[in-house]
Design a protein. Structure first.
Length: 462
């Protein structure tokens, strides 16, 4: 088969040459055996910034390689059709749709390549793909937050996903540990590190708010913190630079974390290697963490209220039963048990009304709390209280009882009937409570024999 097209050249008037010069695509011809560039259109020369291609090897000119390209498609080319592929060119920094085939030129087979610049389309496709990856990561983060029983474990697993998605060195959460008008501080509460990256969490506890306050001023304006020039940070915010520089941070993304609508800290990544500044994943994470923390706080508050006596703030019967179950599982340790009954509560309610009865209970509860730890005291009935004092020395236990009874007798004579037992080992909590209850009842009967009904309340302020 004889080729009838004249030699292509920079000044060739033939139709193929005119077409090749009029296109925005890069077109070249090379020798498939020697890799010498035989012809290159003007747009290709301008893109490469050269005036002459003569004596150049295609792999050196287009790829900057000293040897033939390992991905060269020559072994897959034919005369019948184009071999089509895509390539990100490192020399020009552009993405191309490449079409290669063999053609006859001046009586010999040569390699023809047409490279169409599709950088814009590739970036759009890459952006769409990354958007899809981010959305998938967000869905998985939500699943983790909903599935995990422990919020701390859930946040740690979510940070793992986020750190990997951003190609970061670290992903972390900072929360306010003290938020007062005088000295607010923040602590690094959760941290994920890429392999080989030194953790920083332990050294980032109780950081004074003033050192990162510029970030929160930026958050107030609806802006995120994006650092890509550490020299600028050193000049404008030396305090922040002093924190970041020892961590080998070169780039940083941070978004605010709000808890119940108030500033709660921030979530960030160090040295993200992803292209661009897409912070949507961090924003979504901050939102879902806020929702999950708020939800779990509400659940915890409900659980707490379910274990609290609303009148005194002490543990209620549910809390008492839970404490007894916990003591059963305890390996060792002493236990002191006190059973108290308030004298004449029914008389007070019937005679003066329930408001005065409630005040009677609250006042004596304050007396109990003055002498014993609040976590040890439970109101298990209208006028009944049980104290479970773990690991309290017997001498101290008895001294506290004497001190409490002495003050109680001075302020509200004969208002308290008390029974108490102490043991080196809390082997049978129920038996100890029953014994304290028996001693309390005996004391109540003794007091009742010595006085009339309502005498205890007679000293209570009216």
């Amino acid at each position: 088969m004889e080729n009838t097209c004249p030699r292509l050249s920079e000044t060739s008037p033939c139709l193929p040459g005119i077409v090749a010069e009029s296109l925005e695509d890069i077109i070249y011809v090379s020798d498939p055996e020697t890799y010498d560039v035989l012809w290159l259109n003007s747009i290709g020369q301008r893109r490469l910034g050269i005036e002459s291609f003569h004596g150049c090897k295609c792999h050196k000119l287009f790829q900057g390689l000293e040897t033939p390209c390992p991905f060269c498609p020559l072994d897959r080319l034919s005369f019948d059709s184009f071999y089509v592929w895509e390539h990100a060119n490192p020399v020009m920094g552009r993405h191309f749709l490449v079409k290669d085939k063999l053609v006859f030129w001046e009586g010999r087979a040569v390699h023809l390549e047409v490279a169409v610049d599709i950088t814009a389309q590739a970036e759009q496709r890459k952006s769409a793909q990354r958007r899809l990856e981010i959305e998938r990561t967000i869905v998985e983060c939500v699943r983790i937050l909903l599935r995990e029983q422990q919020l701390s474990s859930a946040i740690d697993k979510v940070l793992d996903l986020v750190g990997r998605q951003y190609g970061a060195d670290r992903a972390y959460v900072f929360e306010f540990d003290v938020y007062s008008e005088d000295s607010p501080r923040l602590s690094n509460t959760h941290e994920w590190c890429a392999p080989g990256v030194v953790p920083q969490r332990n050294s980032l506890q109780h950081v004074p708010f003033g050192e990162v306050s510029p970030w929160f001023e930026q958050f107030k304006t609806g802006k995120d913190v994006i650092i890509e020039d550490m020299a600028l940070v050193r000049e404008q915010y030396p305090e922040i630079h002093a924190i970041l520089e020892p961590q080998n941070i070169r780039r940083l993304f941070v978004v605010p974390l709000h808890l119940d609508g108030k500033p709660g800290g921030f979530i960030g990544v160090d040295n993200p290697r992803m292209d661009g500044r897409d912070l949507s994943l961090l924003h979504s994470l901050a939102y879902f963490v806020d929702v999950e923390i708020s939800k779990r706080r509400a659940a915890e508050e409900l659980r707490f209220l379910g274990l609290r006596d609303p009148l005194t703030g002490m543990g209620n019967r549910n809390a008492y039963l839970a404490a007894c179950r916990a003591l059963k599982d305890r390996a060792d340790g002493s236990l002191g048990v006190i059973f108290i009954d308030l004298n004449d509560l029914k008389y007070v309610n019937d005679t003066f009304g329930h408001e005065r009865g409630d005040e009677y209970i609250r006042t004596l509860s304050e007396l109990f709390l003055k002498h014993f730890r609040s976590r040890d005291i439970f109101r298990i009935g209208g006028d009944e209280f049980v104290f479970l004092c773990e690991n309290m020395p017997e001498a101290l236990f008895n001294a506290k009882i004497r001190s409490m009874l002495k003050e109680g007798e001075e302020r509200f004579p004969r208002s308290i009937a008390l029974g108490a037992v102490w043991g080196r080992q809390a082997e049978n909590v129920e038996s100890m409570v029953q014994e304290a209850d028996r001693l309390m009842y005996a004391e109540k009967q003794r007091q009742k024999a010595e006085r009339g009904t309502g005498e205890a309340f007679g000293s209570f302020p009216k």
